[in-house]
Design a protein around this ligand. Structure first.
Ligand SMILES: NC(=O)c1ccc[n+]([C@@H]2O[C@H](COP(=O)([O-])OP(=O)(O)OC[C@H]3O[C@@H](n4cnc5c(N)ncnc54)[C@H](OP(=O)(O)O)[C@@H]3O)[C@@H](O)[C@H]2O)c1
Length: 263
């Protein structure tokens, strides 16, 4: 797939300093895309840029930014004047695990901002030129917890429904403008997510490279994709079983992987 011809020269990836975002950066560079990488940890972005440019002849612009700050569009725009974004990967995000009433409310609210408000602002800004050019792509990171409500990850689960519904609805709206939109739902994937959310990956751990491959294979073909066969099968069950049973089973599973602590 010639992504540059199809979508444009640059891909912007939020949360590119680790995990799935880092894998998107490596793979998109391998496929010839120039990159705009955003995260708070500058050193990690700088190392990734050096590593990628030692292998591929691509331009990379690193932006050290906390996306929960105000005026992020202005802050990003300063670094990318005259650059048009062909692929936007709304990847930056984190989760929390625990009983809702015991969780830190500031952390929960900040999560809603990063996981939901930020992709809304970025997508609105970068999709308008795509609509004008009739060319572009936007990828949202949903999750398996967006497909079924997930006790002990209640706020996180709700933020991922937001991503999934926004992405899937935009898939329809954008079809007529030749802009591809995809929501990708990974299950437990080995990244820094587990340390941040204090949870293990669960039984069907996937690698971030697999999630990226699943996403790129589905982009332009469907509105939404679940990563990995075991995740697909489990979620199918949750669609046919009664909600009460699904919630009880899911709650028990998360209690187990939460109590075990970090993977
Ligand atoms: N891993 C899983 O099991 C899993 C499953 C389903 C969905 N997902 C989703 O996949 C996406 C990527 O997560 P991951 O698993 O790759 O986790 P990760 O390794 O923890 O990566 C999260 C990325 O987001 C960035 N980030 C966090 N807060 C930020 C902020 N305030 N401003 C800017 N960047 C910020 C982090 O960079 P800095 O810390 O350097 O800022 C990091 O690059 C998330 O949306 C997550 O919800 C993950």
């Amino acid at each position: 797939m010639n992504l540059k011809n199809k979508y444009g020269d640059y891909a912007l990836i939020t949360g590119a300093s680790s995990g799935i975002g880092e894998s998107f950066a490596r793979r998109l560079a391998e496929l010839g895309m120039n990159l705009v990488l955003i995260a708070r940890r500058k050193e990690r972005l700088d190392n990734l840029k050096r590593e990628i440019q030692s292998k591929y002849n691509v331009d990379i612009i690193n932006i050290e930014l906390d996306l929960t700050e105000e005026n992020i569009i202005e802050k990003i725009s300063k670094h990318i004047e005259n650059i048009e974004i062909g692929i936007l990967v709304n990847n930056a995000g984190y989760g929390s695990t625990g009983y809702f009433h015991s969780n830190n409310p500031k952390n929960e609210a900040q999560m809603v901002k990063l996981n939901c408000v930020v992709p809304t602002i970025l997508t609105h800004h970068f999709i308008r030129p795509m609509v004008e050019k009739r060319k572009g792509a936007v990828i949202f990171l949903g999750s398996v917890v967006a497909v079924q409500p997930t006790p002990l990850m209640s706020t996180y689960s709700a933020t991922k429904v937001f991503n999934a519904y926004l992405g899937e609805s935009l898939w329809y709206e954008m079809k007529r403008y030749n802009v591809d939109v995809l929501n990708v739902n990974p299950g437990g994937t080995v990244t820094e997510f587990q340390r941040v959310a204090n949870v293990t990956t669960g039984p069907f751990a996937r690698r971030p490279e697999q999630v990226v491959e699943t996403a790129l294979n589905a982009l332009g073909k469907k509105p939404s994709v679940i990563d990995g066969f075991p995740n697909k099968t489990t979620l199918l069950l949750s669609k046919i079983l009664p909600k009460k049973l699904v919630l009880n089973l899911t709650g028990k599973v998360v209690e187990t992987i939460y109590k075990k602590g970090n993977s």
